[in-house]
Design a protein around this ligand. Structure first.
Ligand code: NDP
Ligand code: OXD
Length: 311
């Protein structure tokens, strides 16, 4: 039984060391030095080049090195017999909650305008609306591991929180909407929209001109999910017309964001380099070893992905 790490651009050596520390008996290999393809039972993968996973005929499980699995399912040759497990980790969740809180609070406290004032050496404490947290309506797209944790943290700060998911949910102090009818109701009551959806054919391009028009004028957008959720050409017109007030983007159609991309220099856009939250090998390698052990013992695969749903 061998475990292959296929993560070009990530610190594959670090993952190998962590796996080895958890279970020194594992035969861990780093792609492209896979050895005999028949040996490979498990893969740890992040953005593997399309077609590569198909070359391992005995691959039982692919462990995504992130919460999202769109980077795997985009591969038309993804082996049909392999299951997928994804990262669900308290540190990854905490990192995302911190990111959401940081940027929600930044908008709630009107910080972008204060930054402009500082650059212009203006001292003006009157130009800002007084809004309490319970008057600020936050809408979260996606009420999974990350969306629910963010919702709870925002509720703890007294924000007026609602969320949207595919299936109905009940979450204390969070107004829950679901399905396409529910989306309209969520958007109509949202001052700050946070996207924490998985990227699937149903959610691709969801953040578009038509959706922005359903938000109250001047709403803020925080997209920490995937670049494929946003129709990038629709964003600047929405900001410049005032339909959106500001946007914080951690993820982009093309990453790294190209040098000449208009988002870089736009004063209503905050760009972060897809680091809202980062998988920590020290914590996740242990879970992957436990997952492999579970499968080898005939137990259910933890954090299994439903390939039909795409998340
Ligand atoms: P989960 O799978 O736990 O949650 C997904 C949520 O989205 C669920 O509530 C699900 O609904 C909802 N959803 C899915 N499809 C639809 C749909 N068509 N309509 C309405 N709701 C839908 O995912 P996580 O919370 O763990 O992660 C979310 C995403 O965040 C990841 O897929 C990844 O892309 C991104 N991410 C980004 C990071 C970054 O650094 N920028 C870091 C980590 C993750 P239901 O509950 O009904 O199934
Ligand atoms: C993830 C990510 O999916 O970091 O975990 O984007």
């Amino acid at each position: 039984m061998a475990v292959l790490i296929i993560a070009p651009g990530l610190k594959a050596d670090w993952w190998a060391r962590e796996l080895h520390e958890q279970n020194p008996a594992f035969d861990v290999r780093i792609w492209p030095d896979a050895g005999d393809p028949d040996d490979i039972d498990y893969a740890l993968a992040w953005k593997p080049p399309p077609g590569v996973l198909a070359s391992f005929p005995n691959l039982k499980v692919v462990f995504s090195l992130g919460a999202g699995v769109d980077h795997l399912l985009i591969d038309p040759d993804f082996p049909p017999h392999s299951r997928i497990s994804r990262v669900v980790d308290p540190y990854l969740t905490a990192g995302m909650v911190e990111y959401v809180l940081l940027h929600v609070l930044r908008y709630h406290k009107n910080q972008p305008a204060l930054d402009d004032q500082q650059r212009a050496r203006v001292w003006d404490d009157r130009a800002h609306e007084l809004k309490q947290a319970d008057e600020r309506r936050i809408g979260i797209l996606g009420l999974g591991e990350l969306g629910q944790a963010a919702a709870r943290a925002l509720v703890a700060l007294e924000f007026d929180v609602a969320g949207w998911s595919r299936s109905p949910k009940t979450i204390a102090d969070v107004q829950c909407f679901h399905g396409s009818a529910g989306l309209n109701d969520l958007l109509a009551r949202t001052d700050i929209l946070v996207c924490l959806l998985p990227l699937t054919p149903e959610t691709e391009n969801i953040l578009c001109e038509e959706l922005f028009a359903r938000l109250p004028e001047g709403a803020y957008l925080i997209n920490a999910a995937r670049g494929g959720h946003l129709v990038e050409d629709d964003l600047i017109p929405a900001l410049e017309s005032g339909q959106l007030g500001q946007a914080t983007l951690d993820v982009f159609q093309t990453e790294p964001l190209p040098d000449n991309h208009p988002f870089w220099g736009h004063r209503q856009i905050t760009v972060t380099p897809h680091n809202a939250s980062i998988t920590d090998p020290r914590s996740v390698a242990r879970q992957i070893v436990e997952g492999i052990t579970a499968v080898e013992d005939g137990n259910p695969l933890p954090n299994a992905v439903d390939r039909k749903l795409g998340y």
